[in-house]
Design a protein around this ligand. Structure first.
Ligand SMILES: [Zn+2]
Length: 234
């Protein structure tokens, strides 16, 4: 096989290897990026904390009301128990009972507001939990798919590397050096199609003898504009 044809094959294998390595890196960073799951976990914890805080408020209020009810009961017993005869004291007791009833009524309203807040917090908590489960399941599926893809890529890479070695062994050292230098300096693309006398990399039109020499395949013909190895097609 002519050197340019071998290099053309090598270019195809190397381009495929480049793409496979880029994809492997993407897969590695996608596998490492657990930010969505972490965010969902944090959100879930925050909602649960909020719910617990409101429930604690509710319990405190319940205890407070319980002690107010007891206070009212004691006051009422004094008021209506018949043991207090002093008019001033009775007036004070009546006022006290009234105050306590007012406090109980105010806390009743607070309790009602708290009940609504608890319901909202429960809904938010359930939503966050559902979202977390959804993210977790999706993440598991994504990870499984990414790992399967990685395995497939690693197999393709092994096959391509064997092919790469096989092709390189057939190309002389000077041509390989030219090829490797171009790969390094020209964004990985060393061999390019020459179609209708036009370099398909830089789109420059070349004199007819470039194509004739390239077709003979005795020497490597480089594009006079971008310097890449020309491989005539069509
Ligand atoms: Zn060119």
């Amino acid at each position: 096989m002519k050197t340019v044809e071998l290099l053309r094959g090598l270019q195809a294998v190397d381009s495929a290897l480049d793409a496979a390595h880029v994809r492997l890196q993407q897969i590695a960073s996608e596998l490492a990026d657990r930010s969505e799951f972490a965010a969902a976990t944090r959100a879930r914890r925050a909602r649960a904390d909020e719910l617990r805080a409101i429930e604690a408020e509710q319990r405190d209020l319940e205890l407070e009301m319980e002690s107010l009810r007891q206070h009212l009961e004691t006051t009422n017993q004094k008021l209506y128990g018949g043991r207090v005869g002093d008019a001033k004291e009775l007036t004070n007791l009546t006022r006290e009972a009234q105050q306590v009833r007012g406090q109980i009524a105010a806390r009743d309203e607070q309790q009602f507001v708290l009940l609504e807040r608890v319901e909202q917090a429960q809904t938010a908590d359930a939503d966050a939990e559902r979202h977390l489960v959804e993210v977790r399941n999706r993440r598991r599926a994504e990870e499984a798919a990414l790992k399967a893809e990685r395995e497939g890529l690693q197999e393709s890479i092994a096959t391509a590397e064997a092919e790469q070695a096989n092709l390189r062994a057939q190309v002389d050292a000077a041509a390989l050096r030219t090829y490797d230098n171009l790969r390094r300096t020209k964004g990985g693309l060393a061999v390019v199609d020459l179609r209708q006398r036009t370099c398909q990399a830089c789109r420059v039109s070349l004199p007819i003898h470039f194509e004739q020499r390239a077709r003979q395949g005795d020497v490597l013909v480089l594009c006079q504009s971008c310097g890449r190895i020309l491989s005539p097609t069509g």
